[in-house]
Write a protein that binds this ligand. Structure first.
Ligand code: GLN
Length: 490
């Protein structure tokens, strides 16, 4: 299975067994073949990718140590790429071409990666289904009538469909683990501060992080090593040293203590998801891990807290799209007068989609005088209680396990008219963001109908290594990651 793993492809390029150009051509051919049904990309960068691959092939000696040599990579369309259109799937940024690269993009390219395109996502990363994209939803490679998840749906779909063995997503409230789980790939959201956010189009700055989608846990470790570490351009990026993550993959989980919050994973979880979760726990226990019951008493409040904090920060972050500084500007509506506020109003009315508007309004409301204490401040206080629950759990366990999502991929349109139902689906993912903790989703089975299911592990701050070690040991004992959707083999 070296064909579509990073470890396999980069190894082949380093030894000269394959050229970066042939790998890039293959990725682009797969992209072309699947794009009409998946719609995973907003922008394809074929010429840029081939030029870059050719440059790598011209100087093989330079890339002998490069961990991602010649590896095709898909970037979520909210990561700035110099000279390459970056829209965050919003009309308001439809023509925006950034003058600089995000730090992660620089680091990935320095490690040898070849950017093949920018992936579809929910507008400004707000959503759980990709249906909030101004360009229409990406689709799930396992069932084209279903969502690939969100907001990084295109990245997860591109990974699952075998287009790029590495895709990059951003995560504010589960946008990496959730689509990874329902597309059957590995997704890792690092600790807040572990990876620089410089050049990531901001949604909610105290929650946003960038992380990889990959086929295997080992590949996630390779990518994290390439992108983690301090960046002077992001004041929240931490100086904590970056451990050699691949060294953590010993295959051994004996003695690892895995916390199971039984109280949380009861009601509301799909029967097949619950069964796959129990089987994954049993498999970890068979391998020598110890299962320990833990309590996260404030976890049930994570959804309301998240949707207060995230909308508040979004309303502030999105104030910058005013028709003056970025992309689109529309003239004032007829009769509105030729003044500046009328131009702002018409640009924002036409540039933002309905979900983004809903969140700006909610966020403005919870920050407004008279309501700030009742909503925003209260949410921040409960956020601290959620964090303390995890601190207490981590006195007794090394990682906390839960299903990544309460259900498998739902049908496109199924929750479209009911935003609350959509928000409730984030029940297992948002608390890791609120607490700033790393979270990883690894494939742990399929429903009878063939839809992927994910196991989520949440770890201590800066302890991605334990998550990677446990998930890798689990993955070695299963064959879930070797399954491919039919569309991947075309
Ligand atoms: N689904 C969540 C939301 O709609 C999380 C999105 C994200 O992590 N970017 O806000």
């Amino acid at each position: 299975m070296t064909e579509d793993t990073i470890a396999g492809l980069a190894g082949a390029v380093r030894t000269g067994a394959r050229t970066a150009t042939e790998i890039c051509q293959r990725a682009l051919a797969q992209l072309d073949a699947t794009e009409p049904s998946l719609h995973a990309f907003n922008t394809v960068a074929a010429d840029r990718a081939l030029a870059r691959a050719a440059a790598i092939d011209r100087h093989p000696a330079r890339w002998k140590q490069a961990p991602l040599a010649g590896v095709p990579i898909a970037l979520k369309d909210n990561l700035c790429t110099r000279g390459l259109r970056t829209t965050a799937s919003s009309r308001i940024l439809d023509t925006f071409v950034p003058p600089y690269d995000a730090t992660v993009v620089e680091r990935l390219e320095a490690a040898g990666a070849v950017v093949v395109g920018k992936t579809n996502c929910d507008e400004f990363a707000m959503g759980s289904s990709n249906e909030n994209s101004a360009y229409g939803p990406a689709r799930n490679p396992w069932a084209l009538d279903r969502t690939p998840g969100g907001s990084s749906g295109g990245s997860a779909a591109a990974g699952a469909a075998g287009i790029a063995p590495a895709a990059r997503g951003s995560d504010t409230g589960g946008s990496i683990p959730q689509p990874a789980a329902i597309c059957g790939v590995v997704g890792l959201k690092p600790t807040y501060g572990r990876v620089s956010r410089y050049g990531l189009i901001a949604f909610a700055s105290s929650l946003d992080q960038i992380g990889p989608f990959t086929r295997t846990v080992r590949d996630a470790a390779l990518v994290l090593s390439a992108i983690a570490g301090h960046d002077p351009m992001d004041a929240t990026s931490e100086a904590e040293p970056v451990p050699p993550y691949a060294d953590a993959l010993t295959g051994d989980v004996r003695g690892a203590r895995i916390g199971v919050p039984r109280g949380l994973v009861g009601a509301g979880v799909d029967r097949e998801v619950a069964q796959a979760f129990d089987e994954a726990l049993a498999s970890l226990a068979d391998r020598g891990a110890r299962l320990v019951d833990v309590e996260l008493p404030h976890a049930p409040y994570a959804i309301p807290v998240y949707y207060l904090v995230a909308t508040a920060e979004a309303s502030s972050n999105l104030a910058r799209y005013d028709g003056v500084r970025y992309g689109m500007r529309t003239p004032p509506a007829a009769g509105a007068g030729p003044d500046l506020p009328a131009m702002y109003a018409s640009t924002r009315a036409q540039g933002f989609g309905p979900e983004v508007k809903r969140r700006i309004m909610l966020g403005t409301y919870v920050l407004s005088a008279g309501y700030y204490d009742a909503y925003y401040l209260k949410a921040q206080q409960v956020r601290t209680l959620i964090l303390r629950d995890y601190d207490r759990a981590f006195e007794r366990v090394d990682a906390v396990a839960m299903p990544t999502t309460p259900t498998p991929a739902f049908r496109l349109g199924e929750h479209a008219a009911d935003p609350l139902q959509m928000y409730l689906g984030d029940v297992f993912t948002v608390s890791a963001n609120l607490a700033g903790l790393p979270a990883l989703s690894v494939p742990c089975g399929f429903t009878a109908g063939g839809l992927p299911i994910g196991l989520q592990l949440i770890g201590r701050r800066h302890d991605e290594s334990t998550l990677l070690r446990v998930a890798d040991a689990y993955e070695r004992g299963t064959a879930w990651w070797t399954h491919r959707p039919p569309i991947a083999t075309r």
